[in-house]
Write a protein that binds this ligand. Structure first.
Ligand code: TXE
Length: 509
């Protein structure tokens, strides 16, 4: 493959995935990564990671437990006490940029791994991998310009601040954007001078393991450590570890609360990104075609498995019919298919469990009184082993229905209508989450008023929905989390601030 185009596979679904599996397995060890080398789990156990398109095992990875987390934290501490800790910010930046260059040189292979393990259309995986690298590069550059402050005082005192790393930080990531979310966390954590122990989701460990192997010649041993395994076995020991100075987690809200409780034991600061039920408000003067395009991307990209998916459309009643017809047509125009061949625009859900959850919600929505305007099972024998759900649109949804309140995390849009501005804002805010929102209107003043009134960490107006950029803070209001990622300030979440007070004597000369 070249990085400008995608080399697709040819053959039946089983054939393309068997060939891709062979290509992926030739790339690396896919063991845990501790102290700069591939290692197996202390207890020797392994578990399988599956290909969501065909349901087959890709390979097994170590089933790490507390002993492996201990080893990874110790390796991280050694790095902080050794070469990595001695690096100047400029040297850290150089090392990170060298890692980016290595990853960039292997971007097509990384994308293939991400596609196969995560069930993503190959082209999407390539775009995402390049996008993920932008964040590592951003933090490597930002750290070069980082500054502390001096505090105004009298002549006999000098006060300044230092931003010091915590030491070893624990990072826990979900399966929906494995590399992107890893780099959102590793970027600021490493740039700030910490060593990282990161646990990828058990469903999608492979791309990060490959990226870690590609760090071998450019990051000092122990700066980056990856432990693979399940939440309670490998994630929990990381959140409770006394040697971990900071925890950052992205995942389900219920798990996030568990992580936060675990962190209280050592008063470990946490960053949490916990998903949402984000509204997209479409006012009557909106460019409907543009809004349809943006909403469809916002809810159906990655088969709806995005924390900031615009999973509730609030549309003015005057344009609801035209908008819904457009959205249904767009949904039906997406092509579920083999993720490794050209033309596929939507892949499967990540797992059987997620498939069951999403299809149960669609049934629940109908029981609650919603109408299913389009969607349902994918009727294609070639895809029968994959966890595919067609893009689905539920209309006549009341905001108090469970399908309008709970995170479905699949390609399911729910459509609710409103009459007045106040009603739109009340509906937008009437959920316990507050991660993101979209607004469509040609009226600039109304757009900014709505952006101010909606309780959400990010608001996209008239396009580019759900595309955080390097430098743009991303995180949630309310139960969507604590803290911000992606921005320059995220570095502050990985440092502690120290004020140094220097008494200045009267000059004796
Ligand atoms: O999430 P979990 P799951 C939502 C989505 C999905 C649901 C469940 O609605 O259907 O969550 O997905 C690790 N201590 N989101 O079960 O459990 C786990 O191993 C420490 C939204 O995958 O939150 C994985 O690495 N870690 C979300 C990570 O937490 C623990 C993205 C996320 O898994 C742990 C994904 C514990 N006790 C799912 N238990 C978003 N905000 O984008 C689990 N983990």
């Amino acid at each position: 493959m070249t990085s400008d185009s995608v080399d697709y596979y040819e053959g039946t679904v089983k054939e393309t995935h068997a060939a891709a599996r062979r290509d992926v397995l030739a790339l690396g060890e896919f063991d845990a990564w501790i102290g700069g080398e591939s290692v197996t789990a202390t207890e020797g156990e392994r578990f399988a990671t599956l290909d969501p398109v065909v349901g087959d095992e890709i390979c097994t990875v170590p089933r790490c437990t507390g002993a492996d987390v201990d080893a990874a934290v110790a390796a991280g501490q050694d790095a902080v006490d050794g070469e990595w800790g001695d690096y100047t910010p400029q040297e850290r930046s150089n090392a990170m940029l060298a890692w980016v260059d290595t990853l960039q040189a292997n971007v097509d292979d990384l994308a293939l791994v991400e596609s196969l393990d995560g069930g993503k259309p190959l082209k999407h995986a390539l775009v995402e991998t390049k996008y993920a690298l932008d964040f590592l590069e951003y933090y490597a550059k930002v750290i070069q310009a980082d500054e502390g402050i001096t505090v105004p005082t009298g002549d006999n005192l000098h006060v300044y601040t230092r931003h010091e790393p915590y030491g070893v930080v624990g990072l826990i990531t979900p399966w929906n954007f494995p590399l992107t979310i890893s780099f959102w966390k590793l970027g600021p954590a490493l740039a700030a001078g910490n060593a990282a122990v990161i646990k990828p989701a058990e469903q999608t460990p492979l791309s990060l393991l490959y990226a870690a192997e590609l760090s071998a010649d450019v990051l000092p041993d122990g700066a980056l450590n990856v432990v693979t395994g399940f939440g309670e076995e490998a994630g929990a020991p990381l959140t409770e570890h006394p040697g971990v100075g900071k925890v950052s987690f992205t995942g389900e809200d219920v798990t996030g609360k568990t992580v936060m409780r675990a962190a209280t034991e050592n008063v470990t600061p946490v960053t949490l990104e916990l998903g949402g039920k984000s509204p997209y408000v479409i006012f009557p003067d909106a460019d409907i075609e543009k809004a349809v395009r943006d909403v469809a991307h916002g809810i159906f990209y990655n088969a709806g498995q995005s924390c900031d998916a615009c999973s509730r459309v609030l549309v003015h009643e005057d344009i609801a019919e035209e908008f819904t017809e457009g959205l249904v047509a767009r949904a039906e125009g997406l092509t579920p298919g083999d993720t490794l061949v050209e033309g596929t625009t939507i892949g499967p859900l990540i797992s059987a469990a997620q498939f069951e959850k999403v299809t149960d919600y669609v049934e629940l929505g109908k029981e609650e009184g919603a109408t299913c305007a389009t969607g349902g099972a994918v009727d294609d024998d070639d895809l029968a082993d994959g966890w595919y759900v067609r893009p689905t649109v539920l209309t006549e949804v009341d905001n108090d229905m469970r399908v309008a309140q709970e995170e479905i995390f699949g390609p399911v849009e729910v459509v609710t209508t409103f009459e007045t501005y106040d009603e739109a804002i009340d509906l937008a805010n009437d959920v316990e989450f507050g991660l993101a929102a979209g607004v469509a209107t040609e009226n600039n003043s109304l757009a900014h008023r709505a952006a101010a009134d909606i309780e959400a960490g990010s608001v996209w107006i008239n396009g580019n929905y759900a595309t955080p950029i390097p430098g743009g803070p991303f995180g949630g209001y309310k139960q969507s989390g604590i803290g911000r990622e992606c921005s320059r300030d995220a570095i502050r979440h990985y440092t502690q601030e120290k004020a140094v007070h220097v008494a200045l004597d009267e000059p004796s000369l």
